[in-house]
Design a protein around this ligand. Structure first.
Ligand code: TNX
Length: 532
């Protein structure tokens, strides 16, 4: 054995012997300088204080959560499940009452009312990543920030080369609006449980907290109702274009609800009425005023169907549907639709909406409806979703209701980006990524101010899309902008600055396998390897 190797082995042995009291364990590379203020976080946080150093995750790192909470262990596990495949490390989640040793991540709760349910503070030093919140949901939102501070390839599902560094400093963050959502129309085309979970994962990454499911329309009824089985069995048989359609069993729906809940996302189920009901009218003849079942419909016209508002059986039907829906929906809201009821007489529409609100309330849920429901008498706690008519939004506020902002010309993700977009419609507008971003829910409608706004929702109608990668193309890259409009103060939002952050998310979208529209308005970044 050559002398230099003998020397090396003796040194190693000596070192091992002295390890306990001299601490000559192999040293980690010293932290490198990184600027937290230059990181591209979407939605932009309230405040970022950079300390120009870094934390490095290694295979010795662990995730610790404050002792005593199953819920915190679950949030820690969510983070571990995100980090394990790409790092190839084996993060396990452990409980600890004290701040753990150097090199680890710690999630804990603190009493801080200013953080509300969803705010968090994230402190990163070369020694520790410490995420704190007033409530578990805040920790979950903060975990999304941790993901964004790591290299984009952290999102890959196969092992990648490190290093896995995060810039050091402190982030304080809290959302402006309590409701930040997206909608999925699974009625025009049916989408599987897996597709819906995928969409939920994508909105969760941008700190949205609501997924509104449009579960019924002229072309299909997509939720099993045990007391009216033909709704799904017959009414769910087809879809736009005549494909095979489908529906969620109650077990599958509950599975989606739980999946969303695990991501601190509320599911809002919508049963659209009295219009947009052809599928139900095809399943049960007694819901039609003439007592005759309608044919299933596979086209894309709107406004031709109506429940028979005069018949008592209609209200029995609604009561049964709402009872079953309420029983499997832990969230506070049920959406009653109410849009485009062009063949329902106004004198029938208004009493109908008033009566349906009472049914929803009776089953312990709050009402949401499209803006036309403001033509009726809104019950206490009802929310109006503005999509088309500003007068309806103003009328809702006059009645004491809050408005959910989904203006079609800004927030409809089924609108094409421009005339060359393969999928989508353009009846409201072409919505490029800048136009989707540049608007403020608090100034959109004169007379509707920030205190009147519940939040923002971006709907994805599915007349023209039937595959999840097509959905992704319409949703990305507009959705991160909607998430930011809902989370960040208007004064902190600026397209020129935002588009740089968005461009830096290109590699993240790629790593997540998102089929996104590479808008020419944005300079899409390549993933840069962090320097050693
Ligand atoms: C209008 S928005 C509708 C939907 C269509 C959508 C297509 C609303 C409440 N009604 O039925 O799917 O336009 O963009």
């Amino acid at each position: 054995m050559p002398t230099n190797r003998i020397t090396y082995y003796s040194a190693t042995l000596l070192c091992a012997a002295l390890l306990t009291f001299m601490g000559c364990a192999p040293k980690k590379a010293p932290p490198i300088s990184m600027d937290l203020a230059q990181e591209s976080i979407i939605p932009i946080p309230v405040s970022i204080k950079a300390t120009n150093s870094s934390f490095e995750l290694t295979d010795a790192s662990e995730i610790y959560v404050q002792t005593g909470s199953e819920e915190l262990l679950k949030i820690g596990q969510f983070l571990a499940d995100k980090l394990n495949p790409s790092t190839g490390f084996d993060f396990t989640v452990k409980a600890s009452t004290a701040i753990p040793d150097d090199g680890n991540i710690y999630l804990s709760l603190k009493k801080d009312a200013a953080l509300g349910d969803e705010g968090y503070t994230l402190s990163i030093t070369p020694e520790l990543v410490h995420l704190e919140a007033n409530a578990p949901a805040g920790l979950f939102r903060g975990v999304q920030t941790i993901r964004q501070l790591l290299p984009a390839k952290i999102e890959m599902s196969s092992k990648q080369e490190g290093p896995w560094r995060m810039a050091s400093g402190t982030i304080n963050d809290v959302p402006v609006y309590a409701f930040r959502g997206a909608m999925f129309d699974v009625a025009r085309h049916f989408f599987s449980v897996e597709d819906t979970k995928r969409y939920i994962d994508l909105i969760a990454a941008y700190k949205m907290n609501v997924m509104h499911l449009h579960l019924s329309d002229d072309q299909g009824w997509r939720i099993e109702i045990k007391s009216w089985p033909k709704l799904a069995e017959h009414g769910g048989k087809t879809q736009v274009g005549g494909g095979k359609g489908g529906y969620y069993t109650q077990e599958q729906y509950k599975d989606i609800v739980q999946y969303a809940l695990d991501r601190y996302i509320t599911i809002i189920p919508e049963i659209d009425m009295p219009g947009h009901t052809n599928a139900a009218l095809a399943a049960y003849p007694e819901l039609n005023c003439d007592g005759k079942a309608r044919e299933l419909y596979t086209g894309t016209e709107v406004g031709f169907s109506t429940l028979c508002t005069q018949n008592e059986i209609t209200y029995k039907f609604i009561d049964d549907v709402m009872r079953e829906l309420a029983a499997m929906t832990p969230g506070p809201y049920i959406h009653i639709g109410g849009d485009e009821s062009h063949v329902t007489k106004k004198e029938d529409y208004i009493p109908f909406v008033n009566r349906v609100q009472n049914i929803v309330l009776k089953h312990g849920k709050q009402v949401i409806g499209w803006d036309e429901i403001a033509l009726g008498t809104l019950k206490k706690g009802a929310f109006v979703q503005h999509w088309a008519d500003v007068d309806n939004a103003v009328n809702a506020v006059k009645q004491g209701s809050k408005v959910l902002m989904s203006p079609a010309r800004k927030a409809y993700m089924d609108m094409q980006y421009d005339s060359t977009t393969k999928w989508g419609l353009h009846w409201a507008a072409y919505i490029e990524v800048d136009s989707a971003y540049i608007w403020d829910p608090a100034t959109l409608a004169p007379g509707v101010t920030q205190k009147d706004v519940l939040g923002i929702e971006a709907p994805l109608w599915s007349e023209t899309v039937d595959q999840i990668d097509e959905v992704e193309y319409m949703v990305f890259p507009r959705l991160p902008g909607y998430a930011e409009i809902g989370w960040s103060a208007a004064s902190a939002r600026n397209w020129g600055e935002y588009k740089k952050r968005l461009g830096a998310h290109g590699p993240r979208f790629t790593a997540m396998g998102i089929n996104y529209y590479p808008s020419k308005l944005v300079e899409w970044k390549e993933e840069k390897n962090q320097k050693n």
